[in-house]
Each structure stands twice: as C-alpha cells, then as structure tokens.
Design a protein around this ligand. Structure first.
Ligand code: COA
Length: 188
C-alpha cells in the first residue's frame, strides 16, 4: 500500500527574494560610520567560502568613507570599496551583495557607481582581483596578467598566503584620468 504524505517546502534562505522590504527600491549611497557593522557582516559571510579577503572590523571602520552601500528599505544589502593603490591606480575591494539579492543587477549597479567614483577622483586605472571576472568584464574591465598590476602585488599579494598560487583573475579598466600625472612636457 502506498501512503501519501504532504510536505510543505520553504524556499531556501539564499533564493528568497527581497526579504527585507518587498517592493522597496534599491538605493546606492556613500557609506556612513553606522553602516560599518553591516559591511563587516557582508564581508565576513563571504570570507569562509573564499570569495573575499578577510577584513578586520577596525579596517572597515577606518575606511568606511571609501565604501558605497546598496540599501533596500533602509537595510544594507550590498557594498563595495574604492581603495587607492597608487597615485594613478585604484582598486575595487570587498564588492559583495547579500546572497538572497544576487542575480538582480545590484552588483552591476554597485560596481558602476564605484568605477564612476574612480573617474570623478581622476584615477587613470581601476583594478580588481576576483573569482567572478564576468561581472567586471560586463562593465568594460579586461582580464590581465597579475604582473600587470605591480602596485597590487607590492601592496597586498606578497604578504598573502596565496601569493604565486592565486586562483583569482586580475581585471582592469582604463579611465584615462589625470590624477598623479605630472604636467606634460611643453605645456605652459
Ligand atoms: C559578485 C557579486 C557582487 C555580483 O552581484 P550580483 O548582484 O549577483 O550581480 P549582477 O546580478 O549585477 O550580475 C553581474 C554579472 O555577473 C555575473 N555573475 C554574478 N555572479 C556570478 C557567479 N557566481 N558566477 C558567474 N557569473 C556571475 C552575472 O551573470 C552578470 O553577468 P551578465 O550580465 O553577463 O549575465 C555577487 O555575486 C557577490 O556578492 N559574490 C560574492 C562576493 C564576490 O565574489 N565578490 C567579487 C570579488 S571583488
């Protein structure tokens, strides 16, 4: 004899859409000091799976003014930082969208806003190291050899446990800014 059982299935947490405030618009704005704990949680949740480099709470708080956050209904659901690596090069760091909100274009909006910030600051180039180059290539970044980014290698890579066996892609976008460039020869 076959017995029928009714099973109610809850959607998995990481596929539930917009749990914070259904229907609320997503906004992107500069981060404030009060956003630091939420940024900390977002980053920490992606360190274990190996997607992001660890950041201390103190480091995030110290650099919180470099971050943009995506919010829905007042809740921080994504973030990204633009960190200067040299006079001419900046880096996208800690770009992350909460798992339940991925795949809806929020990461692209955040990345575009971070790059726009680099353009406003006059950066010549913006780079990133990532396991997901597609999100960057879609915004005009190119995949390049790690050795094309000596600023990053000297600043972070040499001290990293994954140095010389890193599986991340280096990506870079040329912005043509003039920050850090000296006056051209012959210019008045
Ligand atoms: C990377 C991340 C921020 C993208 O956010 P998102 O809101 O899902 O991104 P979008 O919906 O705007 O998609 C952007 C593009 O990336 C692609 N993409 C996103 N996640 C991907 C994944 N895991 N694998 C492959 N491609 C992916 C999308 O397909 C899309 O490309 P398309 O427009 O050509 O289809 C998000 O997946 C995330 O938080 N990942 C964990 C942290 C991380 O890896 N950060 C990057 C390191 S700097």
């Amino acid at each position: 004899m076959i017995t029928m059982t009714t099973v109610s299935v809850e959607p998995a947490a990481d596929v539930r859409r917009h749990p914070a405030a259904p229907g609320a618009e997503v906004s992107i704005r500069p981060a404030e000091r009060g956003d630091a704990p939420a940024i900390d949680r977002l980053v920490a949740a992606n360190v274990g799976p190996g997607l992001l480099l660890p950041r201390s709470s103190a480091d995030i708080l110290r650099h919180v003014s470099r971050f943009l956050v995506a919010t829905r209904g007042g809740e921080v659901i994504g973030c990204g930082e633009l960190a200067p690596l040299s006079k001419t090069m900046s880096e996208v760091r800690s770009l992350v969208v909460v798992a339940a909100e991925r795949g809806g274009g929020i990461g692209s909006r955040l990345l575009a806003a971070v790059v726009a910030g680099g353009r406003r600051q006059g950066a010549s180039r913006v780079c990133a190291f990532t396991h997901i180059p597609r999100a960057f290539v879609a915004q005009g970044f190119s995949i390049v050899p790690h050795t094309w980014l000596p600023e990053k290698i000297m600043t972070d890579c040499q001290a990293c446990e994954w140095f010389r066996r890193c599986a991340q892609y280096a990506v870079v976008i040329e912005l043509g800014g003039s920050r850090g460039r000296g006056p051209r020869r012959g210019s008045p």
